[in-house]
Design a protein around this ligand. Structure first.
Ligand code: ADP
Ligand code: MG
Length: 729
């Protein structure tokens, strides 16, 4: 029996819907997290104070205190049955990494004890040679180490009966070069803090810390495990490289927000329960637009914690899915012809005085503060749109961006009608002779025209890659499988840089004698004018926008290898180096790593395509071709007129044509791959993989395979079909 029919027979067998009723969420929330509150019970006053200081202010912890904290962590973990610990980190592979060690150790005299000391908490040396480093380690030093990041709390990961204490860490080479997503993120948060506080102090002297906040929305597909296992392309590349569209797709729009199927519902409750224990504040669950597509979203948190929680969640979702004989697909475009998946990053900044800097204020003064941060964000996106484009670039996201259902590769900002008018008004009103009376009028007008509850008054635009949604910006072009840290590092850094310049510009006017508020208004106006062309309120999916954007001179880079160029321009190097986020060496390494990832993904897809054609599709097509030949021959032999088997002849002709062209294309693609593989320069090779392998062959091959799928006898078709993967559950 073919894999496909075996899968169809077994689908739904042993399906798990029996998830215990959830306790009250508050009763389990954070149960497996070493929160400050829990730490209190296990630490001395000195150790506790020191932990708090390092959590809040990134202060270093000395070794003796570290010993106490480690001992406290172990005691807490042991009350929960934990035997092992690991440094948990986020290498540039895009997944998480861990290496478990037990607390168990033998002392010199052979006594067995359980121990976890400060040194083991603070630093570990995983065998780093197999993580991507973009050549950094090869050039300098082969070793790398992980270092404890106290800003993110330790937690216990439960896998079956096994429990492991996970210490969030950053991953660096021995020379100190960062090799992960987390370290530059933390540095970008520091840069943003510094410059955002300076600007916030124009309005409120009490602000002493600004942190960025992130609420991600995670889209995903779920399919039956049997189906998954019979699609080698899904198993190896995360997406179906072939598959004819199902007769029913998403056109009836009956899935979005529809009733959640029972089996899926059980899965959701199960992974949510696991997430609550880990302190991931999930809040929302619903069906998404495409069949078998779903979404979940948490309550927003400080960026670094939110990033950890998203990576952790992806891991939890994967593991829990297996319990339910399901597979979760986090790929950006697992199925052609229906929507792909994104990960909307809702981003804002908030002060230690409890103010959301992107929420309109209650008074004219706080409204001016809002306006300053709002306009600075637009300016940042305008000035560095190429970096935002680069940070979402991946082989997977290339299938989604601009694919009629996802934001285009053109970065623009949507602000809604209210704020569009406000910006327009400022542009008109603030002239050269702008005086205090104008200021008063404008402030009042602004105050009147910015409703306090903008949240409910902002029109929504689902087609914009970067949309203001009332009290935050939503970066919608991030891929569903991406680590949010990448996008967040860019946003924080470009915002830090823009605010830094803003402060300089305002101070210069004040120096010249302008009153503070007037100086601020002038610079705000200047920034609105300067970043005008990035604002777009219309349909981002439309052809007209692509044309209009081209006229405005906005970049529209459609492929990853070229989009990544923005990472290593002089402008980018200056931005990251002057804000102490990444050195140019680290940037170049990251650029190299992203290019390599791209090459490998396209290479794997090309290989699996070739393999599926030669050993699955073509044999099935040839078998059916033979059946037709025998049929025609038989009809002819018994003396029927040709008009009686004209249809069979026609089908045979079509099939034969597809078979010929298909096997020819596969041969040529293999040749093209060989040419690319021989290239030395990574960038050239990535570009070639796109333009010589992917572009000319992927769609052309798929077209033939999908035609054959419709022609060949269903009982001979080896691969689960779209309707089977998407609609049976
Ligand atoms: P929608 O985008 O469907 O309107 P919501 O407005 O409820 O949904 O929010 C989407 C996400 O934005 C949620 O994860 C929410 O926690 C997050 N969010 C809300 N306010 C902020 C904020 N100030 N900073 C960052 N994220 C936020
Ligand atoms: Mg949203």
């Amino acid at each position: 029996m073919s894999l496909r029919f075996n899968a169809l027979n077994n689908i739904n067998k042993g399906k798990e819907t029996n998830v215990p009723a959830s306790a009250k969420i508050t009763a389990v929330f954070g149960e497996n997290v070493f929160t400050l509150q829990k730490a209190r019970a296990f630490l001395s006053d000195e150790a506790y104070k020191s932990l708090i200081a390092s959590v809040k202010g990134n202060k270093k912890i000395d070794r003796t205190v570290a010993n106490q904290i480690a001992a406290g962590m172990r005691q807490w973990a042991e009350t929960k049955g934990v035997t092992h610990y690991t440094h948990w980190f986020q290498p540039l592979t895009g997944t998480t990494a861990e290496k478990h060690d037990s607390f168990f150790t033998l002392k010199g005299d052979g006594t067995a004890i359980e121990e976890f000391d400060g040194a083991a908490l603070i630093q570990q040396e995983p065998d780093a040679s197999s993580f991507p480093s973009g050549g950094i380690r090869a050039t300098f030093e082969a070793r790398g180490y992980t270092a404890w990041d106290p800003s993110s709390p330790a937690f216990i990961m439960e896998i079956g009966q096994g429990k492991t204490l996970c210490i969030p860490t950053i991953f660096v080479s021995y020379t100190g070069a960062t090799l992960d997503y987390k370290a530059p993120l933390l540095k970008s948060l520091e840069a943003l803090n510094k410059h955002a506080v300076e600007v916030a102090n124009y309005f409120d002297k009490n602000v002493s810390r600004v942190s960025a906040t992130l609420g991600w929305e995670q889209e995903y597909f779920l399919i039956d495990e049997e189906m998954f296992n019979s699609r080698p392309d899904l198993v190896l590349s995360g997406r179906t490289v072939f598959g004819h569209a199902s007769a029913k797709g998403q056109q009836l729009e009956d899935h979005y927000f529809g009733a959640i199927p029972e089996r899926i519902y059980a899965y959701m409750r199960d992974f949510e329960n696991e997430s609550y224990k880990l302190g991931i504040p999930l809040r929302t669950r619903h069906n998404e637009v495409a069949p078998a597509q779903f979404e979940c979203a948490p309550i927003f948190e400080e960026v670094s914690v939110a990033v950890d929680h998203n990576t952790l969640l992806m891991d939890v979702m994967n593991r829990v899915a297996r319990r339910h004989k399901l597979r979760v697909l986090l790929h950006e475009k697992p199925f052609a012809g229906i929507n792909g998946s994104g990960k909307h990053n809702n981003w804002s900044m908030s002060t230690d005085t409890g103010v959301n800097l992107l929420a309109p204020g209650k008074t004219p003064k706080t409204n001016l503060m809002f306006l300053a941060f709002f306009v600075n964000t637009i300016k940042a996106v305008h000035d560095y749109s190429d970096l935002l484009r680069a940070c979402i670039a991946s082989a997977g996201n290339d299938h989604r961006l601009g694919a009629n259902e996802a934001p285009p590769a053109i970065i623009s900002v949507f602000v809604g009608q209210y704020l569009s008018n406000v910006l327009g008004e400022i542009k008109e009103r603030v002239g050269d002779k702008f005086d205090e009376q104008d200021e008063a009028i404008l402030k009042l007008d602004l105050h009147r025209s910015i409703p306090e509850l903008l949240l409910d008054n902002t029109d929504r635009n689902r087609t914009s890659p970067f949309a203001f949604t009332g009290n935050k910006f939503e970066f919608r072009a991030v891929g569903s499988s991406a680590n949010c840290a990448n996008a967040m590092t860019v946003l924080n850094s470009i915002m830090a840089e823009t605010l830094k310049t803003f402060k300089k510009d305002v101070d210069a006017l004040i120096e010249k004698g302008d009153k503070k508020e007037i100086a601020i208004m002038h610079v705000i106006r200047e920034y609105i004018v300067a970043s005008d062309k990035v604002l777009f309120e219309g349909d981002g999916y439309s052809e007209e926008w692509a044309n209009e954007a081209a006229k405005r001179g906005l970049p529209n880079v459609k492929t990853t290898p070229l989009a990544l160029d923005a990472m290593v321009t002089d402008k980018a190097k200056h931005l990251y180096e002057s804000n102490d986020v990444l050195t140019h060496v680290e940037l170049e390494a990251r650029h190299e790593i992203e290019l390599e990832k791209y090459i490998k993904h396209v290479q794997i897809e090309a290989r699996i395509m070739g393999e599926l054609c030669t050993s699955h599709v073509l044999p099935a097509a040839i078998k059916y071709q033979n059946m037709l030949i025998n049929n025609i021959r038989g009809l002819k032999e018994i003396g029927l007129k040709e008009s009686n088997y004209a249809n069979q002849l026609q089908i045979l002709e079509k099939i034969s044509e597809h078979i010929n062209i298909l096997s020819d294309l596969v041969e040529k693609m293999i040749e093209a791959r060989k040419v690319c593989n021989a290239m030395d320069n990574t960038r050239t090779k990535a570009i070639a993989y796109e333009s010589q392998v992917k572009a000319p062959f992927f769609d052309a091959i798929r077209y033939r395979v999908d035609k054959l799928e419709l022609l060949v006898d269903d009982s001979n078709w080896p691969l689960p079909k779209y309707r089977e993967m998407l609609f049976i559950r």
